[in-house]
Design a protein around this ligand. Structure first.
Ligand code: FAD
Ligand code: DHB
Length: 389
């Protein structure tokens, strides 16, 4: 098989990129290791920046998002007692959309056939070849047969554990990493949210987040140690802990219910540079990871593919290779700013096992400063809604 762009991975980065390229008439094939059902079964991001909303709209795929998503004007930071509201609409003139990654993925998947976007699910042993040459190709196994796709470019949208980043020789790349000494335990439940906006709480016992998927579906997280297992957290223990950490106002309005899903994710900051090697271009979690505290991961994947689609369109439609050459620097400039924001918010809102009483006072002083300073709130708000492309 031959195509112009072969994409590895049909998560949000791969599907969005595929659609953006198809909208320009460029031929694309996506190969995905998992089944479509498996991809849709992963519960992940919940908050979309304006830039991500705009991309869905540009593709003409935003109708369900606007009908079912919840536009939020603000969110809260909590310090165990009070809620500090960050009024993002007043401070930035923008809003964010609460609409799950699962739903974004479902909308992109559903529109693929009618737009000529080929997605090959359950492709095993995907391997990238000759990425530094002008004739790169992919191989994979499907239904017991070995397949080959020749392409002008390969795009690695296969997440942190995929093979694309590893196809770049170590001598040609550098990586930067911080692993945090805790994880997030998440619970999804069909109960009304405890508040109409998100609450990020820093309590003496650790971080907690109150989020949602709709007016009748809630998503909550608590910071847990890396030794803890989901089995250590029966639903009642988790609800009790959330009620304490989120503070009295949230607890008073919290409805408990059985978990539809419960899982633990580790927290990591990671960047691999550059995001291009020859004819291989990386986008999304394959090139970088942020801790989830700033809700930036999915949105960074979307901004990467915005730049990448522009670069590949310039190459194929205008024979201009300059934007492909510039892609990595352009994407990384935005990536590092989102890394900084996510790292800073993670440090501010979590209890670090090696943190002492001084560190705790610094966190509380910073939260108190944020509560009293419009300038501090404006800085948080402009990062939360997403820096300009
Ligand atoms: P992925 O979604 O990981 O997709 C990669 C795809 O590649 C997958 O479908 C995978 O199956 C496929 N793949 C992997 N290996 C291979 C292979 N060998 N061959 C073929 N295909 C392969 N981000 C936000 O913006 N806001 C949030 O609120 C937020 N909350 C989060 C909460 C949690 C609990 C977690 C875990 C993440 C959260 N994120 C959030 C991060 C966000 O989910 C990711 O950044 C986003 O999924 C990145 O998209 P991606 O397409 O780059 O990677
Ligand atoms: C959700 C996840 C996040 O990491 C975040 O910052 C906000 C919301 C969520 O899953 O709803």
């Amino acid at each position: 098989m031959k195509t112009q762009v072969a994409i590895v991975g049909a998560g949000p980065a791969g599907l969005l990129l595929g659609h953006l390229l198809r909208a320009e008439g460029i031929d694309v094939v996506i190969v995905e290791r998992a089944s479509a059902d498996y991809v849709l079964g992963r519960i992940r991001a919940g908050v979309l920046e304006r830039t991500t909303i705009d991309l869905m709209d540009r593709l003409g795929l935003g109708a369900r998002m606007h009908a079912e998503g919840l536009l939020h004007d603000g969110f809260h930071l909590a310090d165990g007692e009070r809620l500090i509201r960050i009024d993002i609409a007043a401070l930035t003139g923008r809003q964010v959309m609460v609409y799950g990654q699962t739903e974004v993925t479902r909308d992109l998947m559903a529109a693929a056939p009618e737009r000529g976007l080929t997605v090959i699910y359950e492709a095993a042993d995907v391997a990238l070849h000759d990425v530094a040459s002008d004739r790169p190709y992919l191989t994979f196994e499907k239904d017991g047969a070995l397949h080959r796709i020749d392409a002008d470019f390969l795009c690695g949208c296969d997440g942190f554990h995929g093979p694309s980043r590893r196809a770049i020789p170590a001598s040609a790349s550098a990586s930067f990493e911080k692993i945090y000494p805790f994880g997030w335990l998440g619970i999804l439940a069909d109960v009304a949210p405890c508040h109409h906006e998100l609450i990020y709480a820093n309590h003496d016992r650790g971080f907690a987040l109150a989020s949602m998927r709709s007016e009748s579906r809630s998503r909550y997280y608590v910071q847990v140690s890396l030794e803890e297992k989901v089995e250590d957290w029966p639903d009642e223990r988790l609800w009790d802990e959330l009620a304490v950490r989120l503070g009295p106002e949230a607890a008073a309005h919290m409805t408990r219910g059985p978990a539809l899903e419960k899982s633990i994710v580790p927290l990591r900051s990671f960047v691999s540079e550059p995001m291009r090697h020859g004819r291989l271009l990386l986008a999304g979690d394959s090139a970088h990871i942020v801790p989830p505290t700033g809700a930036k991961g999915l949105n960074l994947a979307a901004s990467d593919v915005h730049y990448l689609a522009e670069a590949l369109s310039a190459y194929f439609l205008r024979h201009d290779a300059g934007k492909v050459a510039a892609y990595s620097d352009l994407a990384l400039a935005r990536v590092w700013k989102a890394e900084r924001f996510s790292w800073q918010l993670t440090r501010l809102m979590h209890r670090f096992p090696d943190g002492d009483a001084f560190d705790r006072r610094m966190q509380l002083a910073e939260l108190d400063y944020i509560a009293s300073s419009r300038a501090a709130q404006a800085s948080i708000a402009e990062n939360y809604v997403g820096l300009p492309l």
